[in-house]
Design a protein around this ligand. Sequence first.
Ligand code: ATP
Length: 329
Amino acid sequence: MRSVLPGGDPPPAHAGGAARPPGQEPVVQVQGLVKRYGRKTAVDGLDLSVGAGTITAILGPNGAGKTTTVETCEGYRRPDAGRVRVLGLDPVADAAALRPRIGVMLQSGGVYPGARAEEMLRHIAKLHAHPVDVGSLIERLGLGGCGPTAYRRLSGGQQQRLALAMAVVGRPELVFLDEPTAGLDPQARHATWDLVRELRSDGVTVVLTTHYMDEAEQLADDVAIIDGGKVAAQGSPEELCRGGAENTLRFTGRPALDLATLLKALPADTVAAELTPGTYRVTGRVDPQLLATVTSWCAQHGVMPDRISVERHTLEDVFLELTGKELRA
Ligand code: ATP
């Protein structure tokens, strides 16, 4: 896999020494974070841990506290209570030491509208000790034709790609990407996903917020679902989809099977129904044992299930189970 951090510059000599291998102390550790805006509690005792060299996706309904949490980690907001450590540093007290080591892609872009794309990147590169080669980065991100163009004249997708370039040009150890693919077309989304994966391959830790469940499923090693300013669940997409959520098994056979006898063989909370004549759905904790019980019941009753399938719950199902379907203010 090619590197998103091109150029002949030497690897950075970070204050913390050589890049930490995955699995060591968390790169981001948030404990009991509280952040209020006046009387509004945006973050309410939030705990979050991000492992080195991983991609962590933060999901949550509108107003859940994602941006506030990320901005606190970036040092842009001061916590009202709790402890935040990023690369072992306090993001506010140690801002001067931390800033050169992290890359930040803001939702708004955070760019002066008149700034030219290449000028902007070269300026940011100069602020870092071991920046990426700007020319290569521009080419790599397909911004070749945009160099002399003012930020406000770039298309939305080009602005997003420039914001991503700005976040990585300093060759950071950790990048925060706030909704990096919001409003992008499918090509640009996939290009951004590729870049994020390449960042991980380069040993960069990535923390991103997103409303796209498929983005989290595709990219993230770890997903934190935030609701009401707290983490409602954290784990790999597989863990979250497995844990707690009910799954569905469907099979077809002859019509009007006696499902009461099937249910007697299954765990008490399992539900079985004939949806259309000869089409059956079993809902519950669908595991290998349940599958074996259903097929053995079919064998005992002379039923040949010509189609049988297991539907795993998606991250979106889990998200809605945890956060509900109510629209947020
Ligand atoms: P979204 O998905 O809509 O971007 P979010 O999960 O990122 O939402 P935040 O932006 O962190 O949520 O906002 C959390 C809560 O804090 C919301 O109710 C929001 O209105 C409020 N809030 C955020 N920033 C401010 C601010 N500067 N002043 C007052 N209230 C704020």
